[in-house]
Structures are given as C-alpha cells and as structure tokens.
Unconditional design. Structure first.
Length: 80
C-alpha cells in the first residue's frame, strides 16, 4: 500500500487552519508578511542545497534576480 503525500498547497492550508484554531478567536495581524517569511527561508535552504549552493542556478530556478536571491539569503542569515 502506498501512502500519498499531500501537496504543498494542502499542507499550507492545514497549517493555516491550525494557526487560526490556536489563536482561539484572537485576530491575527500582518499575516501576509509572516507567512512569506516562514515559507521563504526553508524554500531558500532547500533550493540552495539542491543547486549545490550555486546562487546563479538557484536564482534561475526561483525565477528571481541573483542579487535579489543574495539579499534574501542575507536577510534570512543563510549567508553573510
């Protein structure tokens, strides 16, 4: 029997629903920025690992400029 892993979208949906449950009625603030930050760091970590830390290749895979990637890596303290 093979167990099918949920798509990323479903994982995000389930975690967001749990986040709202955990708030217990308290209204969230600045969710958009928070979600982008918590998704962006692991995205950058995995893509950089898969690209053998080649920033040009990783930037191409991500569809962003290499300078933008470098700034994001610094912002997330993934490089100095």
């Amino acid at each position: 029997m093979s167990s099918k892993k949920p798509h990323i979208e479903e994982c995000i949906r389930e975690n967001l629903e749990a986040y709202f449950r955990d708030l217990r009625g308290v209204e969230p603030a600045a969710m958009y920025e928070m979600i982008l930050k918590v998704v962006e760091k692991p995205l950058l970590e995995v893509v950089m690992r898969e690209a053998d830390n080649n920033q040009s290749r990783a930037a191409e895979w991500l569809g962003i400029n290499r300078n933008t990637l470098r700034r994001k890596l610094v912002d997330h303290k993934l490089i100095k």
